[in-house]
Write a protein that binds this ligand. Sequence first.
Ligand code: NAP
Length: 450
Amino acid sequence: MMRVAIVGAGPSGMYVAEALLKADPTCEVTLIERLVSPYGLLRGGVAPDHQKMKGVATYYERIMTQFGARCHYMGNVPVGQGVTLQDLRAWFDAVVVATGASEDRALGIEGESMPGIWPATRFVSWVNGHPDGKDTVFDWSTARHVVVIGQGNVAVDVVRLLAKPVSALRATDIPEDRLTALAGNHTTTLSLIGRRGPVQAAFTELELQELGHIPGVSLRFHDPDFELGKACMEELDHPDANKARKNWAALHALRQAPPVDAHQRTLSIRFFESPVAFVGTDRVTGVVLERNQLQGPAGQQKAIGTGVKQVIPADMVFKSVGYRSVPLPGCPFSPTTHTVPHQQGQVFDLEGQPVPGLFVAGWAKRGPSGVLGTNKPCGAETARTLLAASLPSVGRQTDAFKEWVTQQGIRWVSFDEWKQIDEQEVARGQALGKPREKWVDPDDMIRALS
Ligand code: NAP
């Protein structure tokens, strides 16, 4: 029997587990997760007003339960603290690193550390009741102008959640204390800033269309942004440019929409602008934006500053320019790509040698892009490589491992225990007319078990 530890029970870890357990009926998998709760970004990253998407949890739950004693869950075990990757490699025949990308990318511009400037990832954690956002406090009282830098779907999630009236968020699983805080959000203008043009924007059609249906929100565009150059026209005509064509059509529909009655907020979608500095003394008051033009052949166009700058007011800024993986101690990590070097999921060291029994999947493997489902083929590839590696057995037992973890003073949480927490959260939510009321603090989850 092959025994595999998967570090991280987010979507990528779940799909590796599924692929291994389905492909090899003798394989046993233990998902080891730093949080008490499983499912990673599905619970802590997918926007809380996208509850239909959160329903994928039912699928993951089936993975956890349908293989009986061949699938184990150990939550509340942060690998690297108490239990190391080396320990796991000694206890298991193979280890898969599926730790995702938990950090935000920085802009590297003047004034970036000023109060009022936040990584979008922090807002996402906070609004989703993720323990990483437990102690975060946003001061909405003075925020009238909010600027979101970047035009990926995370940026769109942030502007949409801040543009919506709190009444439209009550039936989500945003924790009550966060809803109370959002009731104090009196933002009047939101700006979504992209460094390139409408053809290159990273967001997708459905997410864009949603912005046109927010009660009381008027959208604003800058007409010259839609005058396309030759290379942009070529990009739009490319057979693989489905996403860009859909975005282009959706943007046109939004531009032609009739003005909103009872206008409360303005959402300005701006292209061809890069932040070059932040303005403010004790906290941010504005963003210096430089107008860009695109240079390079179709498909590889880069934003180049024109030197033309303007300052827009900003009481609060969210930087949403992508996530970044962090190294797991003991696991090779490329400082240039910020991913784990690999071939088809087999980890390689920085000298180019395969590391026996060590594998990688998800964002730690391919970088922070793609939707939840992208992890399925990615996980299947890693599982195939692992099963083809004919690894020797280390001859140890999972029950003995669990006992050893307990001896290290770690209060790990089993899947049955997670289900108890899950059911209690759902019951707490029902009482409030929402899908669930989350516990944000892991200690509260553990207390709920007793
Ligand atoms: P993303 O899709 O990679 O978007 C990053 C954005 O940041 C791009 O607009 C990029 O512009 C911009 N950017 C990067 N560096 C910049 C800089 N120095 N200055 C200004 N702008 C800069 O990342 P994400 O939004 O974090 O999303 C991560 C992944 O999760 C994506 O695959 C996304 O689709 C997925 N996701 C999906 C959903 C959903 O399906 N609803 C929701 C959330 C996230 P350039 O294009 O010019 O580089």
